[in-house]
Design a binder for this molecule. Structure first.
Ligand code: CMX
Length: 137
């Protein structure tokens, strides 16, 4: 069961410049910053309504976001949906034969559990499932 849009991921080349845009010009409420080494990104959150905007700065050109920027330039990277039990959702998708990037959940930013569905299954939009850390609710 998908409960809400959890966040929208935006690939950026320069987090400092992006923070000026999102925190300044757009005046969004600032959230925490985190290093997600596993995903090769530095992540900065902003809040708007019930949705987070997740700015993603690649740590290397070889990371998923680094490759994305090299191929397409900075911009919208993925949509993430909040689910109550990510392991259960992944089992369901697997049983339906959906191509998953992550068959098991892994650690995301801010204590979340995350997994990606391949964009070839979701109309070219990279789709993420997120189970929030209980303290983030
Ligand atoms: N949205 C839509 N399509 C994307 C994409 C994105 N964000 N990133 C890559 N693609 C497309 C590529 O353009 C390519 O399309 P074509 O076949 O039409 O050329 C296709 O996906 C497959 O690309 P690939 O070269 O085979 O594979 P990549 O090495 O580029 O990897 C992907 C693509 C999606 C499998 C990889 O980026 C991935 O594993 N992503 C999940 C992890 C991730 O994105 N982490 C960063 C966010 C971390 C966080 O939120 O915490």
């Amino acid at each position: 069961m998908y409960q809400a849009v959890h966040h929208i991921g935006v690939a950026v080349t320069d987090l400092t410049a992006a923070k000026t845009l999102y925190g300044g010009l757009l005046d969004l409420k600032e959230g925490p910053e985190d290093l997600v080494k596993d995903q090769g990104v530095r992540v900065k959150l902003y809040f708007i309504g019930g949705v987070r905007i997740e700015l993603l700065e690649p740590l290397t050109g070889e990371s998923a976001v680094g490759k994305f920027i090299a191929k397409r330039g900075p911009g919208l990277h993925h949509i993430a949906y909040k689910v109550p039990n990510i392991a259960k959702e992944l089992e369901k998708l697997k049983a339906d034969g959906i191509r998953l990037i992550d068959e098991k959940p892994r650690r995301g930013a801010h204590g979340t559990k995350i997994a990606f569905i391949h964009p070839s299954e979701t109309g070219g939009v990279l789709t993420e499932l997120v189970e929030d850390h209980p303290e983030n609710h």
